[in-house]
Ligand binder design. Structure first.
Ligand code: TMP
Length: 204
């Protein structure tokens, strides 16, 4: 899994990350790269079926964490690893940091359980770059309120999102070389410029 580059996008619901996935993929393609865009939970046919359950079916918090990692195991085996072996660039809308933030921070599941699952599913494999889109909770809520019908996570209360956001920021402090915090309240073109610089720096 060494030839390509693996970039992940993270942030609380309503942080505005997903709109940037295709923009940055288009930028990289214009630089001559072969880019695969994908998402979690999901990214494979089994993963997309798990996504339906995860986003809409009430379940025990440990079941939720286990299914996130089950979807991820399939995703790495079927899509991410083969693409990186071909030398492609893979951009995933969420990956393991989301489990630490949502199931760890939001749902307060013991971190050592998540670390054990991470070790099992992708031991020493990590993204080269993680872009963490950060906005104040009120901004995220305002954006969410304007969107279509909300899923199970998006219907959570502000204290849940406060814990998710804090957990993300703690991970950014823990892994400063991999996780870059993007102020997602900036105008779109400024965010894009910053993203282009960060992804270009990977191409050395
Ligand atoms: P999305 O709306 O950004 O596609 O993400 C789907 C939801 O799944 C989002 O609310 C965050 C949640 N999620 C987790 O709780 N844990 C995870 O590991 C992942 C990948 C997503």
């Amino acid at each position: 899994m060494v030839k390509g580059k693996f970039i992940t996008f993270e942030g609380i619901d309503g942080a505005g990350k997903s709109t940037h996935v295709e923009t940055i993929a288009a930028y990289l393609r214009s630089c001559g790269k072969t880019v695969v865009t994908t998402r979690e939970p999901g990214g494979t046919s089994l993963g997309e079926r798990l996504r339906e359950l995860l986003l809409h079916e009430p379940m025990h918090l440990e079941t939720e964490a286990l299914l996130m990692f089950a979807s991820r195991r399939e995703h790495i085996a079927k899509l991410i690893a083969p693409a990186l072996e071909r030398g492609d660039w893979v951009i995933s809308d969420r990956f393991t940091d989301a489990t630490f933030a949502y199931q760890g921070g939001g749902r307060q599941l013991a971190i050592n359980k998540l670390e054990a699952l991470e070790q099992w599913v992708h031991a020493d494999f990590q993204p080269q770059l993680t872009l963490l889109f950060d906005v104040p909770l009120e901004v995220a809520r305002e954006r969410l309120d304007k969107t279509r019908s909300l899923d199970k996570f998006e219907r959570e209360q502000q204290d849940f999102f406060g814990r998710v956001r804090n957990a993300y920021l703690q991970r950014a402090a823990q892994f400063p070389h991999r996780i870059r915090v993007i102020d997602s309240t900036q105008p779109m073109h400024e965010v894009n410029q910053q993203l282009e610089q960060l992804v270009s720096a990977l191409d050395d």
